[in-house]
Write a protein of this length. Structure first.
Length: 298
């Protein structure tokens, strides 16, 4: 295991509980110390990590996409041997995973891309794993996937060749964007109907059972509303991890219409514009052609 961020640490805990031996390496000494306290072995450098692993070595990366993944692989390859396996469980772009798999294959090693979903709840509930790579290598890694998944026969699978795992995870996250936007808009409509004095937390609980819109996201909505029904302590700023953007780019590349996912991404971008020039210009145009009232800044 390389890269012990919050998700990586939770995955280590689940593997340890499943009886696997785990050696953790991270950017900081504190992170390695923490995982040692939890029962894993630790390595404070890649050299130490590689030396401690038995062959064929299995190295699972949970690190930020892009340059950090490239640099880690570049640093690892000279230290590894034929037959060793590198797993990227982060949110890498599937095109990058195809490229990296080819580089690793040239060294007679193996590269497996694992789209991983489950967030902070994965340690308890299990992780959804969408896996790309050589089938025989995925079969060899089966005990790890069966431990991390919600059940040995549920929530994970080999979906195709190198890159396929991260492609499926990318589309998964694009769908997630659309679902989240639909829930958010619906609850906003309910909240604005002030004369009915609706209890949004109650409604979210009702919808969780028997409804066609029930889902884990709705469970989380109910949890959030139980803590603060007005969400008054949350700023209306929504970040994106990048996979929603990649999904939109993929839709354009394939000439496939994806309006809901695309609009949900645009809405996230809009949430970050506290001084929206486009909205101010809209107001100015209405004033210019129709004399409509403009609200001035105080």
């Amino acid at each position: 295991m390389i890269g012990l961020g919050r998700m990586g640490s939770n995955m280590v805990m689940r593997l340890l509980k499943g009886g696997h031996k785990v050696i953790g390496n991270a950017r900081t000494k504190e992170s390695v110390d923490h995982i040692i306290e939890k029962g894993a072995d630790g390595a404070y450098s890649l050299d130490e990590l590689v030396a401690k692993l038995s062959k064929p070595r299995i190295l699972w990366m949970m690190i930020p996409t892009g340059a950090p993944v490239d640099k880690t692989i570049e640093a690892l390859l000279p230290k590894l041997d034929k037959g060793d396996i590198i797993i990227d469980g982060g949110n890498s772009n599937y095109k990058d995973s195809v490229r990296k798999a080819a580089i690793v294959k040239e060294k007679e090693m193996h590269y497996v891309d694992v789209g991983t979903s489950g967030g902070i709840w994965g340690r308890k509930e299990g992780y959804c794993l969408m896996i790309g790579g050589e089938k025989d290598i995925v079969d060899y890694l089966r005990p790890i996937f069966e431990t991390l998944a919600p059940a040995a026969d549920k929530g994970w699978g080999h979906v195709g060749p190198s890159g396929a795992g991260h492609l499926v995870k990318m589309i998964h996250n694009g769908i997630e964007y659309g679902l989240m936007e639909a829930y958010s808009e619906g609850f906003a409509l309910l909240k604005s109907k002030e004369e009915f004095n609706l209890n949004l937390h109650q409604i979210s609980k009702i919808w969780r059972y028997g409804s066609v819109v029930r889902s884990w996201l709705l469970d989380l909505i109910a949890r959030a509303l139980s803590e603060d029904s007005e969400l008054k302590d949350i700023k209306p700023y929504v970040a994106d991890s990048g996979e929603g953007r990649w999904t939109v780019f993929e839709a354009i590349d394939q000439d496939i219409a994806a309006p809901v996912i695309t609009l949900s991404l645009i809405q996230r971008l809009r949430s970050r514009d506290e001084e929206s020039f486009s909205d101010r210009l809209l107001a100015a145009m209405r004033y210019q052609f129709g004399g409509h009232t403009i609200k001035r800044k105080e």
